[in-house]
Design a protein around this ligand. Structure first.
Ligand SMILES: C[S@@+](CC[C@H](N)C(=O)[O-])C[C@H]1O[C@@H](n2cnc3c(N)ncnc32)[C@H](O)[C@@H]1O
Length: 477
């Protein structure tokens, strides 16, 4: 029986590779080379094509299911419990600017002593970190103790000169995609706090609580403040800066322009105003602003983030801010909606990756505030991961909301493609860790909408990503 499963997995792997090959052949391209630096090439872009991503998920899911099937349980569990070593070694490379040093060294790489001479780390310890990473296809060991970049390691390169990054007050994250900031955020406070998951879940006070201050973050740091207030405390300045950068990188969890397919933006008129509630520094809004120049956008955020956001837009898309087409408005979303700077009602309230930061009762407060300010034609647009079950989804929401159904993986894969979608569950744990929040199923999001006077009318989901958009309309009172 198990051998039969292995053969079925091999068939999925074979047919996925065949599909990949014909996909690339049809474009006259070759796959990106793991040993070459990352570049924004057509070959790299082709991996993100919606028609191929499900195939890739099946390939990854089948490969990992095959690994789990053939390895001894001991080794499989050991691999799991030591997974943290990969996170902490990635952090060392990131904080030590190794990707930048090795970009400047070129394809033949650099001896670890010369890397260490630049970043000040102890060379034999750094070599061990680099070897662990190279064994996971992040960097290459091209000769003993000589390391070079590869496609994965160069992806975390900020593109800035290494000498600049080692100068006092260097700003590593500005003008970048935010990937480096995301790595530092996750491998520092999130990983450390997550190591207190058991202590939090078994705590008589916190275990059954959904308070936003009863997360592993508080258990680890000893703070009594919710994440967003904790990160603004003196001493956390660098953490706040990189968190803002990290939020830009969240656009990379799906194809960056996914937001363009999450709503009928073209149907809006120049009089319409999109209010991006908790919009961060405005990376997702920027996709809309660039693709639909007629749309007015107000990004509502906490005051400090507005300042980072304005600086970011002034750097990368100044005309949108200078013309007033895009504006930042300091606003706390637990307070009633303020009058917009446009003096008009909102046409769309966008909540992208906001609700996942909060437990249900806080989401209800946010949604109620928006419902109270909504005009009859205002739409609510939630963009969030719609976390799949590990089995087929037969929920009422999946069956009744137009656009809600997504593909189920072929047997013997898990319905959610297993490892092919596993980062979604890691993100869910990160939400738990920082906020006592969570990624939700579509049914859960739809339920929150219904409870706060919003009727879900359309989902925009794609088979290639668990990230989706849910459009709701005000339920008349
Ligand atoms: C996960 S980020 C999402 C940012 C943005 N929507 C995006 O998709 O990139 C959540 C945002 O909520 C903001 N936020 C948290 N608490 C807030 C509050 N009480 N009022 C307004 N914004 C808040 C944070 O500053 C953060 O930028």
């Amino acid at each position: 029986m198990t051998l039969k499963t292995l053969l079925s997995l091999r068939e999925i792997i074979d047919s996925s590779i065949d599909h990949l090959q014909s996909h690339y052949a049809s474009k006259n391209l070759d796959l990106p080379d793991l040993n070459e630096p990352y570049s924004t090439s057509p070959s790299e872009a082709a991996l993100g094509d919606p028609e191929i991503v499900e195939t890739l998920n099946a390939l990854v899911g089948a490969s990992y299911q095959l690994i789990a099937t053939v390895r001894t349980p001991f080794i499989h569990v050991m691999d799991g419990i030591f997974a943290y070593t990969l996170s902490s070694c990635i952090r060392v490379a990131e904080e030590g600017n190794v990707a930048e040093i090795l970009r400047e060294a070129g394809p033949s790489g650099l001896h670890v002593n010369d890397i260490a001479a630049q970043n000040g780390l102890e060379p034999t310890k750094l070599a061990r970190v680099m070897r662990l990473l190279a064994s996971h296809h992040i960097f290459r060991e091209v000769k003993p103790n000589v390391f070079a970049s590869n496609r994965i390691s160069s992806y975390i390169d900020t593109g800035k000169p290494a000498s600049y990054l080692f100068s006092p007050n260097a700003d590593k994250y500005s003008g970048t995609s935010g990937v480096a900031g995301f790595i530092d955020h996750v491998t520092d406070e999130v990983m450390k706090a997550n190591s207190h998951l058991w202590e939090t879940m078994s705590s008589p006070e916190k275990g059954h609580s959904f308070s936003a201050v009863h997360a592993p973050l508080q258990e680890w740091s000893g703070t009594d403040k919710q994440f967003f207030w904790w990160i603004e405390l003196p001493g956390n300045e660098r953490r706040l800066l990189r968190y803002s950068a990290a939020m830009r990188a969240t656009s990379l969890w799906n194809s960056p322009d996914a937001i363009l397919h999450g709503f009928d933006w073209a149907g809006l008129t120049p009089e319409d105003v999109v209010v991006d509630v908790g919009g961060g520094t405005g990376m997702p809004a920027m996709y809309v602003a660039r693709a639909h120049p007629h749309v007015k956008i107000v990004i509502q955020e906490r005051e400090q983030v507005c300042e980072h956001g304005i600086a970011y837009w002034n750097e990368v898309f100044p005309e949108a801010i200078k013309s007033g087409r895009v504006q930042f408005q300091p606003h706390e979303f637990f307070q009633p909606q303020p009058t917009l700077p446009t003096n008009t009602p909102a046409s769309v309230y966008l909540l992208r990756t906001v609700l996942h930061d909060w437990p249900d009762h806080e989401c209800i407060r946010i949604l109620q505030n928006l419902r109270a300010a909504a005009a009859p034609k205002t739409k609510l647009l939630i963009g969030d991961f719609m976390i799949p079950y590990a089995c087929p989804d037969d929920s009422v929401a999946a069956r009744t909301i137009p656009g809600a159904k997504t593909a189920t993986a072929p047997s013997p894969l898990l319905a959610n493609f297993g490892k092919g979608s596993a980062t979604t569950y890691a993100l869910d744990m990160a939400m738990f860790t920082n906020f006592n929040g969570q990624e939700r199923t579509l049914a859960h999001l739809a339920d929150l909408c219904q409870k706060t006077g919003w009727k879900p009318v359309q989902a925009h989901r794609r088979d290639d990503t668990p990230f989706g958009f849910l459009v709701s309309e005000p339920i008349p009172v």
